[in-house]
Structures are given as C-alpha cells and as structure tokens.
Design a protein around this ligand. Structure first.
Ligand SMILES: CC(C)(COP(=O)(O)OP(=O)(O)OC[C@H]1O[C@@H](n2cnc3c(N)ncnc32)[C@H](O)[C@@H]1OP(=O)(O)O)[C@@H](O)C(=O)NCCC(=O)NCCS
Length: 194
C-alpha cells in the first residue's frame, strides 16, 4: 500500500541493514517488547528470510518494511510485484501482531530510524498500516499499547484517530532494560481513522 510518499510492503532479506539498525536502537528496544538485537546483518537476513514469511503464512502477524518513495515509483511498485522494492529509502518498520480473526482485531506497532523521527512521517506510516488492517484484513478494531512515558507514540496514535481506552500498570517489559512499563491502551475503529 502506498500514500503520503510512503510505501508499506512485505519485508525482504535485503532489508537486513534496516532491521539490524532498528533492533539495536535504544528507543525501539526500550518501547517494544521482545525485540531481539540481531548480531549482524547476516543474522538479520536469515531472520527476515524465515520469520516474517512464516507469520504472514500462518496469519499470526503482518510485518512490513516502510519505504520513503516518490509517489510515481510507489504506484509502479504496487502495480508490478516484480518491480522490486520501490527504489525508496528504507526508513522503518510497521507490524500488526496478535491478529485475531474471530475478534477481527490486532495490535499495531511502528518504529522509524532516528533520522526519520520528528518529521511527522510516523503518522503516515501508522495510518497506512492501520488501513491495511481494516481494508485488506477486514479488521474491526486495532489496539495500541504505548509506554506511559512514550509521548511521541501516544501523540502519533491520537493524531490518526486512536482513542484512549485504558491504563495498564506494568503492561510490558522493555527489551533493553527488562523493566516493566506502564502502558496507555488506545484503540482505533475504521470510522475514526483520519
Ligand atoms: C514512536 C515513533 C514512531 C513516533 O515517530 P516520530 O517521528 O518521532 O513522531 P513525530 O515527530 O511525528 O511526533 C509525534 C508527536 O509527538 C511529539 N513529540 C515528538 N517527540 C517528542 C518528545 N520527545 N516529547 C514529547 N512530544 C514529542 C511531536 O511534537 C508530535 O506531536 P504533534 O504532532 O502534536 O506536534 C518514533 O518516535 C519511534 O520510532 N520511536 C521508537 C520506537 C517506538 O517507541 N515505537 C512505538 C512503540 S508503541
């Protein structure tokens, strides 16, 4: 899917440098649970070849690479699946996890490489991955858990229509320090996406 100069596509082994950097980023490791810092790009490449395709196949999670592309290139890449990655700059990652087909729900998370933060790009990336969930997976609700001290994440969600739905003390463990974070729980339904 593409919008706002971004292309959301399935990850490929050639995205290893992005994934290696992202999984070593202190904020990604602080604010996402169960992030495994790959030893090197070869390890990230092996992980990319095996894990995301398996999760996609089994319907348990949908992982995406986020690329910054010019609109024309993005449209071409979507129209022609053989066309390659869209020739864009790899800037981040988005995922729908805990996909529940019966409850028609999933949980979303997004990270961007540090040099692509504070540019309002996160909203566009989050909007795209939520659109994928609603339009392609038929979800009726997408949940997000942001650490209480992760304001950029909470503000990004609120900006595209997530509504605060609760507060969960000790909801998840930092991948970096293993300390428990309290989380703000927010939820999005298709009618609210903006
Ligand atoms: C969460 C993340 C994707 C947000 O992306 P971003 O590019 O930093 O977001 P933006 O710059 O668009 O900022 C979003 C909002 O937070 C605000 N903000 C940014 N940094 C902030 C900070 N340190 N303190 C308070 N507010 C901040 C921005 O002003 C903006 O609000 P506004 O639109 O009302 O002005 C990015 O910070 C990231 O990758 N973080 C590490 C991984 C992570 O925490 N992922 C989310 C897990 S749930």
């Amino acid at each position: 899917m593409t919008a706002d100069g971004l292309l959301l596509r399935r990850p490929r082994p050639s995205d290893a440098a992005l994934v290696h950097r992202g999984t070593h980023d202190p904020l990604v490791r602080e604010f996402l649970q169960a992030v495994v810092p790959h030893r090197d790009t070869a390890a990230a490449e092996r992980w990319l070849a095996e894990v995301p395709p398996l999760l996609w196949r089994t319907g348990r999670a949908a992982y995406f690479t986020v690329e910054a592309v010019e609109t024309v290139k993005a449209v071409e890449a979507v129209a022609d699946p053989e066309a390659g990655p869209g020739d864009g700059e790899l800037i981040g990652w988005a995922e729908l996890v805990n996909i529940d087909p019966e409850g028609e729900s999933a949980e979303v998370a997004v990270w961007l490489l540090p040099e692509h933060r504070r540019l309002r790009t996160a909203k566009a990336a989050l909007r795209l991955v939520c659109r994928f969930g609603f339009e392609r997976l038929g979800l009726g609700r997408i949940d997000a858990y942001a650490a209480a001290d992760n304001m950029p994440s909470q503000l990004t969600g609120a900006a595209i229509g997530f509504r605060r739905a609760g507060y969960r003390p000790g909801a998840f463990r930092s991948s970096r320090t293993h300390r428990l974070h309290d989380a703000v729980y927010a939820t999005l339904v298709p009618e609210d996406l903006c």
